[in-house]
Each structure stands twice: as C-alpha cells, then as structure tokens.
Design a binder for this molecule. Structure first.
Ligand code: ARG
Length: 261
C-alpha cells in the first residue's frame, strides 16, 4: 500500500476524475489509514511504499505490478502522468528477493490482472479495452506460466478489470456482467458457473473493487447491496469508507497490491 499523502485529482484519465471537484487530502489519508488498520486487524501483513510528490495516483498501488507464485510481472502505465510509478514498485520488489520481469507491453498490473489459484489449476483473468494491451496478456502468460484468459471491457466507467471483477476465494469470483463484451460474459459463465453476480448499482458503488482473503471481503461501504449478496454466499463483508479515493476512480482493491509468494 502507498499512503495518499500526495493524492490529488490534477488530471482526468478516467470518467470518475473531475479536476474541478476538490479533494480533502487529510480525509483521504484518514480513510486510507482505516483501510490499512482493517487489513492488519484481519491478520494481514502490510508493506508500505513511500509516496512521491508529483505522482498523485500512487495511492492506487494495485497498478504497479502483478505477482503470482513469487514471480513479478512489472507494470507499464498507459498514461504518461503515471509512468513514473513503475520504478517505485520495481525498487520494492528488487529490495526483497522476488523474481521481477520488466514488461515490454502496456499493462497496469493488478488493475487488469486477477489470479484464481484453484480455478482450473490456476487461472489468470486479464482485462483489455481501456488500459492494458492484449499483447500484455500473452506476455504475462510467458512470464508467469499460467493460462491467461482475456476479457474485453466495454464500459469506460469500468476501465480496469478490478472495478468489474474480483476473486472471492481460491476458486470463485464476483463480477458485473455489463462491464464485459457479450462474448467475454459467455467465457465467464463457462469458467465460473457459481460466480456471485453483481449489478449496475453494486458496480457504481465500487463494490467490485474489493479484496478478499477467502473469508473476509473488504469492500467499499457504499456497496451495501453487494455486501448483502456476499453474506448470503457465505462470506463476511467488511465495509470500509473510501469516498475521497473514489474521486480518483478507485477504492479498496486499487489501494492494495497483493504479494503472492
Ligand atoms: N486515477 C487512477 C487511474 O485512472 C485510478 C486507478 C485505480 N486503480 C485500479 N486498480 N483500478 O489510473
């Protein structure tokens, strides 16, 4: 995770960002802190990246890389405004002993890649259409040695995979079908017949942008309806308020890069 100490909406690279809406940075830091405390309270270890001035989106740490089984596929940001973030993530992995592979193709890390370890022996789900290039899906498969399933995103409000789909445990996912092309919806139905299905309201509340440890599902507090569906499916929803960070087009999952050893 990376503190929003320098968070701002200074440019608009997704439909949620409005440079004329003021951001309360102090409140953003407070809300982000609660998220960090929530994860620690659930027994998870949180590592921190040092935020850098001039990189106002650095709080969305999920975009910096994608890690599977100790191997790290680095990010290469689509927009020049965020390009500088990749080096900070690279340095983090280099300091510890991860196998880091630098990308040639444009991809925004966990923003567009999800991993479901027990689905069909270990599946990578990958989004394209707005940020990550489909060529990066093939590159990720070569780097990580797991099958990558390409899914086409069609709604600019859901510009990253992680605002439309999330892994709930080692084998199942939750997603909002309307964010995907008709063919990609069929692929998801085939792969995950028992998926939890979210609707437009859940997605607009940033409910899909969640992080789950298989039992506890940390999600945006606005997504009350989705929380109910997850509870009915046997999970424990843990709501966290992240209204300030929504102004940048992100929520819980965007703030968290998962380290999979
Ligand atoms: N303002 C950031 C961007 O548009 C938000 C990134 C959200 N992160 C995510 N993993 N979806 O790039």
């Amino acid at each position: 995770m990376c503190s929003p100490e320098h968070f701002a909406v200074e440019y608009a690279i997704n439909p949620w960002m409005d440079v004329t809406t003021p951001v309360d940075r102090e409140l953003a830091v407070k809300q982000w802190d609660r998220l960090r405390e929530t994860l620690v309270g659930l027994g998870h270890q949180v590592h921190l990246l040092t935020p850098e001035p001039g990189l106002p989106d650095m709080v969305y740490a999920a975009n910096g890389a994608f890690v599977v089984d100790g191997s790290v596929y680095g990010a290469r940001f689509k927009h020049e405004q965020r390009a500088g973030e990749a080096a900070a993530h690279h340095a983090f992995y280099a300091e510890q002993s991860w196998r880091f592979v630098a990308p040639s193709e444009t991809n925004e890390g966990e923003g567009d890649f999800a991993y479901v370890p027990e689905a069909h022996g270990g599946l990578i789900l990958a989004g394209h259409g707005f940020r990550t290039e489909i060529a990066a899906h093939a590159e990720a498969q070569e780097v990580l040695g797991r099958p990558v399933v390409s899914l086409r995103l069609i709604d600019p409000r859901f510009y990253h995979l992680d605002v439309a789909l999330a892994a709930l445990d080692d084998a199942n996912v939750v997603y909002f079908p309307g964010a995907f092309s008709a063919a990609s919806q069929r692929v998801l139905t085939q792969l995950f017949p028992d998926a939890v299905i979210a609707d437009d309201e859940d997605a607009m509340a940033f409910g899909l942008n969640l992080v789950s440890d298989g039992a506890n599902v940390v999600l945006n507090s606005e997504a009350t309806r989705l929380a109910g569906k997850l509870k009915a499916a046997g999970y424990n929803p843990v709501p966290v308020e992240l209204a300030e960070l929504k102004k940048g087009g992100g929520s819980v999952k965007c703030c968290i890069a998962e380290l999979r050893h």
